[in-house]
Write a protein that binds this ligand. Structure first.
Ligand code: HEM
Length: 702
């Protein structure tokens, strides 16, 4: 009898899996059949409430609903073996702890399989949408796009691979997009941007991506349309095994709930408290560097360690201690990060190959690492839950929590937070990954640019730090605000090295992009299911949007910039800079250091403060000299831009008293004057451009 039940479900699953779009009505009919049949099932075998071990699955998915129909207490014998086979067929995999996770199929990479919920907006993209996209792409490639109502968007086709045949085969087998594209994807997009302009289609056979490098179009996608209109698409598929439904990959319905829960955790008092912790960690790094004086040190690796220690403390109150020691946990974190990066630069989902986590070396290791990290996380969450003391958000903001000021503590104590769900684990894991290497990369590239730039710039930053900090070793919030030049250096490095260099979206509904700086005056039609890359790299380095875009010039943030030929773009206006950094509003979406719109980074203030504290603590007492030629530092990318060979530097202690603020015109001001602006960066005819007492530019006065 039970075999019959299982067989019916198995057949149901086969049927549903083969109609990949998971049409709701089909599933409902088949499930109701199963339910009728189940009425005759003995009580012992019936579903008993929620199956909590399966919480790792998004409850809205078809698989989650199927799982709930089986009472796992009867998990033994032949019946169970058939049930397991059915689950494997449905793309589910059992983890070591007995819970089930959905492993997306190859096809899932192209379409989303989660079911629509009434609040979620458009239904997920399905097989029909993908088929339609393929067809339109094929017809467009033979010149029939305009006849189908599509704008004449140029198509860049990757035709010629310039590497060796062997590396090409390796790239295909490993699904390595970088190898196939002949280098980092963002550099390929930059090459095509120069050729095709602010919007083009990048085609890999029938699969095509719409590549956007225009501020007006980016503003439309990120801010102007409802948040349900675009999702993270393939990025979510890639990150799901690691971050689950954490805030970055979360579908819009989950995102709305979780963002509301998480944002209060980043309140002002907490950030202020964090500044002290940043100082402690930066101090450990300083001492470590002082002990290595005269030696060559990989500063990229050092910054990765300090930011890992900081995020561990801030998010879970966990001390990785990675600046001073190595441990299996730290290694597991790094391997998981590398795997996440590799997956995000691959377009063949090799990790979904049958039983990949049992025979592919890297995947076996990845599963082991994830299990280890999950166990640690579960342990930390459980410990926090045991000492839970519920309170409202307002009350929590006032709490001292000196022993444990972590986000985990805040979320666990927050009244109304559902602690039985997997959401907490997913969000914490997401923040560990999102908040770590991004900040490390910002520090790495800032120090690199300062070390290879004009010595007068580095000297001026050091002067600023010493002048603001005076006898103190580390800054407080007001000091961070006062160190404007240092902050502008940090943000300028995010302009040149955006982390990540490409934002990924998928249209969940048809859309029409504004024409922006393109020649397509009637806008650009976007079909449902279209995968989109918003190239922050191209935006941040566009000669249409920046003066001397390739130059590391932190002084630029004082000066306005406009270009009326980019229709609908307001330009960069320094008067709109309000917080710790010139943000996407001030540059009207030509600058997206932390994204923009509803899905903007939640950790922007945290990251800016962390980087400002770390860098100021180091620069106050040390000088840094490149130990290899700047050209050899190189660039490679995953989710963030890394150096190719590490940032090899020689740190050296310096006497702090050697510098004081000079009254003469500084290097910084000279940059404005040289470009025909007033000493404060404003145009000479502007109201506030009166720093020069004579009202004239000393260089261009004639
Ligand atoms: C320099 C450091 C950082 C950079 C450059 C950065 C950059 C970004 C960008 C560009 C996005 C938008 C992604 C998109 O639209 O697809 C984002 C989102 C996010 N970031 Fe950051 N980030 C940094 C630090 C942090 C830190 C320290 C945390 C946490 C403590 C964090 C947590 C997140 C989260 C949770 C999201 C998703 C927000 C949402 O979808 O609602 N980030 N970040």
């Amino acid at each position: 009898f039970t075999i019959g039940r299982t067989t019916t479900r198995f057949a149901t699953q086969c049927f549903v899996s083969s109609s990949v779009e998971n049409d709701t009505s089909t599933v409902t009919v088949e499930e109701s059949d199963v339910r009728q049949f189940e009425d005759r099932i003995p009580n012992r075998l019936r579903l008993k409430g929620e199956v909590s071990r399966n919480e790792v699955l998004d409850a809205s998915t078809y698989e989650a609903q199927l799982l709930q129909q089986w009472d796992e207490r009867t998990a033994s014998g032949f019946d169970w073996e058939i049930e397991k086979a059915r689950r494997y067929f449905a793309g589910l995999r059992m983890r070591d702890d007995g819970s089930w996770v959905r492993q997306p199929s190859m096809f899932d990479f192209l379409v989303s399989r989660s079911r629509p919920s009434p609040n979620e907006g458009p239904r997920p993209v399905g097989a029909l949408d993908v088929a339609k996209l393929f067809a339109v792409q094929m017809l467009t490639s033979v010149g029939l796009g305009p006849a189908l109502g599509m704008a004449a968007v140029p198509t860049a086709v990757i035709q010629k691979y310039e590497g060796s045949f062997l590396s090409f085969i390796k790239g295909v087998l490993g699904g390595d997009l970088q190898t196939l594209a002949g280098g980092p994807l963002f550099l390929l997009l930059a090459k095509y941007y120069q050729e095709y302009g602010p919007i083009f289609t990048l085609a890999f056979g029938p699969k095509a991506f719409l590549v956007v490098s225009d501020p007006v179009m980016a503003r439309h996608v990120l801010r102007d349309v409802p948040v349900t209109q675009y999702c993270k698409g393939m990025l979510a598929e890639i990150l799901e095994p690691i971050m689950g439904q954490g805030l970055i990959p979360a579908n819009p319905a989950v995102w709305k709930v979780r963002r509301r829960a998480l944002v209060p955790g980043f309140h002002k008092k907490w950030l202020n408290r964090m500044i002290g912790m940043f100082g402690d960690r930066a101090d450990i790094l300083l001492k470590d560097l002082q002990s290595k004086e005269g030696n060559v040190v990989d500063m990229e690796e050092r910054f990765c360690s300090v930011t890992l220690d900081i995020i561990g403390k801030a998010v879970f109150n966990y001390d990785f201690g990675s600046v001073t020691k190595e441990s299996p946990i730290i290694k597991a974190v790094y391997r998981v990060l590398r795997e996440a990066e590799h997956r995000s630069s691959s377009f063949i989902p090799y990790w979904n190959l049958p039983y990949a986590d049992q025979w592919m070396g890297g995947q076996v290791e990845f599963r082991r690492d994830m299990t280890m990290l999950d166990d640690i996380l579960a342990d930390l969450i459980n410990r926090a839950v045991e000492t839970r003391s519920e309170a409202t958000v307002e009350e929590l903001e006032e709490r001292d929590n000196a022993d444990d000021p972590s986000l985990l503590r805040f979320l666990v104590d927050m009244r109304g937070e559902d602690l039985s769900s997997k959401a907490l684990r997913d969000d914490l894991m997401t923040m560990l990954i999102a908040g770590h290497e991004t900040t490390a990369a910002m520090l790495t590239w800032t120090l690199f640019e300062l070390a290879r730039g004009p010595p007068a710039l580095l000297e001026e930053i050091q002067k600023e730090v010493r002048t603001v900090l005076k006898d103190k070793d580390r800054p407080d919030y007001d000091d961070i605000v006062a160190m404007k030049k240092l902050r502008f250096c940090l943000i300028e490095s995010l302009r040149l090295y955006p982390e990540p260099p490409v934002l990924i979206r998928r249209a969940r509904e048809a859309d029409n992009l504004p024409s922006g700086g393109s020649d397509l005056t009637s806008g650009i039609k976007v079909l449902r299911g279209t995968d989109m890359f918003i190239s922050t790299w191209n935006l941040h380095r566009s000669p249409d949007l920046w003066d001397e875009p390739e130059r590391f010039d932190p002084t630029r943030w004082d000066r306005p910039f406009q270009n009326p030929s980019v229709r609908g773009w307001d330009g960069y206006n320094p008067d709109k800079v309000t917080g710790l950094y010139p943000n996407e509003q001030a540059a009207d979406f030509a600058f997206l250091p932390f994204g923009g719109g509803a899905r903007k980074c939640v950790g922007d203030q945290f990251a800016m403060m962390e980087a400002a504290v770390t860098l100021s603590v180091l620069l106050k007492k040390m000088d840094f000299e490149l130990a290899i030629p700047a050209e050899d530092v190189g660039m490679k990318t995953g989710a963030t831009i890394h150096t190719m060979n590490g940032l090899q530097m020689k740190p050296r202690s310096v006497s702090e008293s050697s510098t004081s603020v000079e009254k003469t015109t500084s290097w910084w001001e000279m940059q404005h004057l040289k470009r025909g602006f007033n000493a404060n960066g404003r145009p000479f005819d502007s109201q506030d451009g009166n720093v020069d007492s004579r009202g004239k530019c000393p260089i261009h006065k004639d």
